[in-house]
Structure formats: C-alpha cells, structure tokens
Design a protein around this ligand. Structure first.
Ligand SMILES: Cc1ncc(COP(=O)(O)O)c(C=O)c1O
Length: 510
C-alpha cells in the first residue's frame, strides 16, 4: 500500500499530522492513489508509520473536510478526489468553494487579514490630533438638524399613549414605523408592506442577522470591494470566510462575480448607489449582469441603500427591490446617514418568509429595537419634518461636494483623478500608478489633513494607490484649505519615483 511507504521527517518543524495530510493529498492529486481506494485502518497506519493514532486521526479529519476522504462506518476510509479538481479546468472556478480548502489555510488567512487591518487601524491615531482637517467622517453634519428637533419629536411621540412603550412592542418593530418605511420604497403598497420590513439597530444589525442566517443556510459570502468594512467584518466576526469581488466606478466587475457559478448558493453584498467609498452608481450593464447571476445561481443579493435619499443630482433610481424578485433580494437602510446615527434605527426589507426567520434571530439577540427610539422615528417620518430635513441635507452636501470637486480641480497635479458622486458623502481619488495612499496619509498628517487610504476599505487591503475623501462633515472653507494642503502633500509624493511600480488602484477617473 503506497501510504505505508510514506516518509515522514521527524526533525522537520512541520507537525507530523500536517506532513501525513500533505503526503496523502499529494498522492491523490498526482494519481499515485486512485479515488475509490481503501486506506489502511488508523491502527495499521499508526503502527506502520510509527506515529500515534491521534496523528493519523487528525490528518484524516482534515482530509475528510477538504474532500479527499470518505469514511464509511464499518467499511473503512476511502480516497476521493475533491470536487473542485473533478470539474472542467477551464471554468476558472479554483478557490471558489473555500469550504473544501484546508481549515488551517482559512485560519492563517483570517489571521493575516486581521493583523493587517489592525496595523492600518493604528495609523488612524495619527489623524486624531486636534486641529486636523479630517476628510474621513461618514456621519451626517450636525448643523443640518434644526434646533430642538429631538425634543419636538419626543413631545409628538410621547404625547398620548404611553402604553405602547410599556412593553417590548412587536419583535419586528412598531407597525407604524414598518408601514412608513415600506411606503418610502413602494408608495402603492403592492410589493412591499409592513410584513416585508424588519426594524433593526442600525443597518449594521441587519447585516449581523444575515450573517447568522447564512451560517445556518450554508451560504457562501461574497462582498464587493472596496466597501464599508463593517459589512465583511460582521460576517467575519462569526466565522464566515468572505470572498471578494473587486469593483470599479461602474460597480462590481462581472468577470470576478462570475467565478462563483458552481451551484453553491451565495449571498452577494453590494452598495448600488452613491457607493461608500467610491461615491458612484451601479451602471445598467453591471446591474443586468448581477441580476442574471442572481437568477441563474439563485444568489441572494444584499443591496445597501443607506444613501438612497441623499441624491442631490439626477433622477432618483429605482431601489433594487423594484428590479428583482423579492425572494432573492434584501435591501438594508437606516436613518443614520439621512438623519442621525444616534437613533440606531435601521431596517431590512426582504421576503416575508425571510423576515420571519430573521425575527427569530433578532428576538434571541435583543428582543426588539428600543420602542422609544422607534417612537421618535415614527414621529419624524410621519410629520413633514423628515422631507424638509432631507431637502436641506441634499443642498448642504451638494454645496460641499462642489467645493471639493472645485478644490481638487484647482490644486491637484496632473495624473491624479477622482470620481464625481451624485449624492452621499464620499468620493474616491486615484494617484498615478505605483504611488501609495499610505505614504500620502503620513505626508498629509504632517501638513494637517487626514484621508482614508484605500487598503482600509478592502478585505485583502489592496487598492493602495486609491483613497477616500469625505466632504459631508467639513465646512466649505475647510474643504478648500484641506484639499490645498493635501495637494501639496501629493506633489511632494510625486516628486520622487513611485513607491512600487506594481501597486495598483481602481482605474483612471478622468
Ligand atoms: C455603506 C454603509 N452601510 C452601512 C453602514 C452602517 O450604518 P448604520 O448601522 O448606522 O445604519 C455604514 C456606516 O458607516 C455605511 O457606510
């Protein structure tokens, strides 16, 4: 039996179970052991190779998870070929199904991701010194909310019937709030009703609920990148391996998404409008490709529409809910960007069946969102105050966006390009190829201006030559001043040859 002739190196740093596991998988890959062959028993192998039975068991366990072995009780352990190897080698599907990969690989890769993320986070401390012009905040400008608005909403919310707040209320959220949210997506009430809406603690909690659901349903998780990292982090926090699909200004690159066509059901997260961090909208061609992928693969689309009501230019776009089958779509949204993060009112809209499943998970997590906060949200949405607030907010951010575009045009040297957002808080800048936004971050901090480097917004910390600028929370005068300082840092950076000609970003935005 070839397995009994394996050579294990007792002086090597690699543990014996790993050596055994590697030798068996190599033997299968090379054809030295054929699928269907029966392996010697654990006791026989342990004896023949002079290792403990637990060494053999550990190797068998890993090989079983990776799809190399099948244990049949009472009959023995049989060799098989892992699924991905049996498929057409042209389908470009390698690595698509990480469940079949070595668990040690997943662990090592997760550790590496977390390690790099921590190092990048430690950079942020430098930018928190007083007096900095920070183009980094993703929160609304406090000056937009009218004075005393919370007190007014509280008077309205609590004026008559306090019994509503005595108990927990409906686990899905207050009916009036769910109805108001549903109406904002579908005024006709034909497709979306209160039954499709789950009120959550910010849209962040909606993602955590989806992460739990996906674990139970064994969904593969795919995120477009760059993205708001709270999303992949919510999936990663409970042990998901998150696959990434890179995007450019038009949206996720379809060739990257189409790697995931192997019959394994996936959840795909994207931010279709006024993207964080790129500021752009999904193109019609990319949308069509994503919808086709979702139909043919039964993929669940999670569309983050958190900036939906902050469009200050061009016609409103349909919500993803209007474009797809609700059985394969979830939309998340919240009052955080359009009004106040502090209310922690968010929502998830999906099929009534999915919502009922997620309610069970939410009940186990925190029973319901605080009804007091929901009461304020009902008062806001049901009065005219919200639409007035939105009108003011859109104009406010449009002026700031224009100030930033104008300053970039005036001060940035040739070779630097940027996106032009039609709403939201953010835009994306690209340095000439080979220059690093992390070096620029450090040069910027020296001059008193802070940016968000591209690698902070990718699961694998790529997009080194790009960075995000957020204009939402910076006064017009400071925007102009800050961009001028940043441009002087960019000129200093470009005065030397590129850090690494191999560095890449997300393309040219001229
Ligand atoms: C694109 C995007 N989605 C979701 C969130 C989470 O927001 P919240 O939980 O406050 O609704 C954020 C926050 O920055 C975000 O930028």
């Amino acid at each position: 039996v070839p397995v009994l002739k394996l050579k294990l190196d007792r002086r090597s740093q690699t543990p014996l179970f790993e050596q055994l596991r590697g030798s068996i998988s190599q033997a299968v890959d090379s054809g030295a052991i054929k699928p269907g062959e029966r392996l010697p028993s654990v006791a026989a192998l342990s004896k023949g190779l002079h290792v403990t039975q637990s060494t053999v068991l550990r190797a068998f366990e890993d090989l079983g998870k990776a799809g190399y072995l099948d244990s049949k009780i009472g009959r023995g352990t049989f060799v098989r070929r892992p699924e991905s190897q049996g498929q057409d080698s042209n389908n470009n599907n390698k690595g698509a199904n990480r469940e079949s990969l070595d668990p040690d690989f997943i662990l090592a890769a997760r550790r590496m991701r977390m390690g790099v993320a921590k190092s990048l986070e430690s950079l942020q401390v430098l930018g928190q010194r007083p007096g900095m012009i920070a183009f980094t905040a993703g929160t609304p400008d406090p000056s937009i909310a009218t004075e005393g608005i919370l007190a007014r909403l509280a008077r309205e919310a609590f004026k008559s019937d306090q019994s509503e707040y005595q108990g927990y209320g409906h686990n899905m959220g207050l009916t009036q709030l769910r109805e108001s949210v549903a109406r904002r997506y579908d005024p006709s009430g034909k497709k979306i009703t209160a039954e499709n809406v789950l009120i959550t603690s910010g849209s962040q909690q909606a993602v955590s609920l989806l992460a739990q659901y996906s674990l139970e349903q064994k969904l593969r998780i795919i995120c477009e990148v760059p993205c708001y990292m709270g999303i992949p982090n919510a999936f990663g926090a409970i042990g998901h391996w998150v696959e990434s699909v890179t995007r450019d200004k038009d949206g996720p690159v379809l060739e990257r998404l189409n790697r995931f066509r192997d019959g394994h059901r996936s959840l795909f997260y994207l931010c279709p409008e006024m993207h964080n961090p790129m500021g752009t909208d999904l193109s019609a061609e990319r949308l069509a490709g994503i919808l086709e992928w979702s139909r043919s693969q039964d993929g669940l689309i999670v569309a983050d529409e958190i900036f939906r009501e902050l469009r200050f230019e061009g016609p409103a776009r349909p919500s993803m809910l209007e474009l797809t089958d609700i059985e394969r779509t979830v939309v998340i949204g919240s009052l955080s960007k359009v009004f106040m993060c502090g209310l922690r009112i968010g929502w998830l809209i999906g099929s009534a069946t999915l919502v009922r499943t997620l309610v069970g998970l939410k009940r186990a997590m925190d029973i319901t969102c605080p009804p007091l906060m929901q009461g304020l949200a009902v008062a806001l949405l049901n009065s005219g105050s919200f639409d007035e607030h939105l009108e003011r907010a859109r104009e406010h951010y449009r002026v700031r966006r224009d100030a930033m575009l104008d300053a970039l045009k005036r001060h940035m040297p040739p070779g630097v390009t940027w996106t032009v957002p039609k709403g939201g808080f953010h835009l994306w800048v690209e340095l000439p190829a080979g220059y690093s936004s992390i070096t620029l971050y450090l040069l910027g901090v020296e001059k008193g201006v802070v940016i968000a480097p591209g690698p902070q917004m990718d699961i694998d910390h790529r997009f080194v030559s790009g960075f995000r600028l957020s204009y939402g929370s910076v006064e017009v005068k400071k925007i102009s001043e800050g961009v001028e300082l940043l441009a002087s840092a960019v000129k200093k950076l470009l005065a030397s040859p590129p850090d690494d000609p191999g560095l890449s970003g997300l393309g040219n935005f001229v």
